[in-house]
Write a protein that binds this ligand. Sequence first.
Ligand SMILES: *Cc1c(COP(=O)(O)O)cnc(C)c1O
Length: 520
Amino acid sequence: MAMNAQGRPTRADAATAPGPTFTGNRALQIEESLIFEREFGGTGVDLPEPKAKDRLGSMKRQSPLNLPGLSEPEAMRHYVRLSQKNYAIDMGPFPLGSCTMKHNPRLNEKMARLPGFADIHPLQPQSTVQGALELVHELADWLLELTGMPAVAMSPKAGAHGELCGMMAIKAALDARGETGRTRVLAPESAHGTNPATAAQCGFSVDDIPADETGRVDLSALKAKLGPDVAAIMVTNPNTCGLFERDIRAIADAVHEAGGYFYCDGANFNAIAGKVRPGDLGVDAMHINLHKTFSTPHGGGGPGSGPVVLSAALAPFAPVPYVVKEEGRYQLVETRRAAREDGENMHGGRLTAFHGQMGMFVRALSYMLSHGGDGIRQAAEDAVLNANYVLARLKSEMTPAFPGHCMHEALFDDSFLKGTGVETIDFAKGMIDEGYHPMTMYFPLVVHGAMLIEPTESESKQELDLFCDALLSIARRANAGDASLKGAPYFAPRRRLDETAAARNPVLRWTPTASVRAAE
Ligand SMILES: *Cc1c(COP(=O)(O)O)cnc(C)c1O
């Protein structure tokens, strides 16, 4: 049997593998139908016969309800089997760039499940939730300390929501200055899609700033675009190419001189937390994805939490609520009027029904307290070290998009695949056969056939070596003209799907199959 460098048997030759199994299962990969495709009628509960037999009279249903009828073990197995079709950070490396899929320490989960945090209600009297309010207050303090900023809005519920909060504050500040003519927002071509979307949602037009040949904001091109109609610039730092914007101070100064604000997308804060304070870089507003930088499981649309730190210029436009400490008691300031009585000239209203994502707050503070300031700095350093290790190990076969070191993520383009007939998508599907979730593909858009890998600080050297060896082997297969990559994945529960058709013509509603209809 062929062995890989780690002495493990390599993949079986697809040509000699036997045909499909009787059950459709593949070893412990169990096929699972939709719950509605199961037989109807049974129930896992032994209900007593109702006493009044004809309570409903003519209102009685004439046809079966057609809810799936499963016993407890059947229901349990259904959901466990489905859950096993998920790839998860608890199963293996999750190299998605920009998403920061890091290990979520179990300690955080234990803390978040403490009844004093998990079982409280947002409408409870504040005197009964002093510990929870203290936690929000302390987390806010950590965020201010780490960012060197004077104010923070805790309630936004994701990065994109934080962007909305920050850009609304910028718009409110401009309105308060009577500057209604500032309608343009500048954003680099490599920006995450939420940046231009947020600016547009706030009524601004979006103007692209080109990148220079090193993958960073082209400072002179940016300066040429500044003018009296510019409201703000939105810059991610480190940017989505995994590079630190070296001219960040000059960018901030130029934008401020032109009368605009500097929104920093802080989704990549994990690369610099404990090393660089955004407040020292001239930032006016920055969201922090607690679910990326400070652990918390995330993906599949949530949950998230995106507090926004604000400069002194924007602080008055922060939304309510916020927590204050007075005479040893914690209190929520929940309305604009209460904020004014608190001595704050607040203009911001509410962004969310309640106070933010309590569960995420608990996990983030647990992460901070268990790491300490020095541990947070080390996590950032290790994340950058791991990404550079991956970059260095892969560059013999794959082509880095930009020269030099990277920050927390390593970006490759597809020029190493040129002429092989293999494309980024085939490479990614080949990774699934090797048991890896693919990296972020085709993003950032400024790089052709982009492959963006963020290992985070969670991975050991052994884990990274196996991952790199697997990727190198795929790259070598591509270079050797191995056309089988075009058909990957071979070992996944489903083969290659028509993703374009799925996006263009999504089937969003289940329709009964013939056998289900027959049973009705
Ligand atoms: C993840 C991300 C966002 C959006 O954050 P969500 O929490 O997913 O809404 C914005 N910008 C960048 C660079 C990101 O990586």
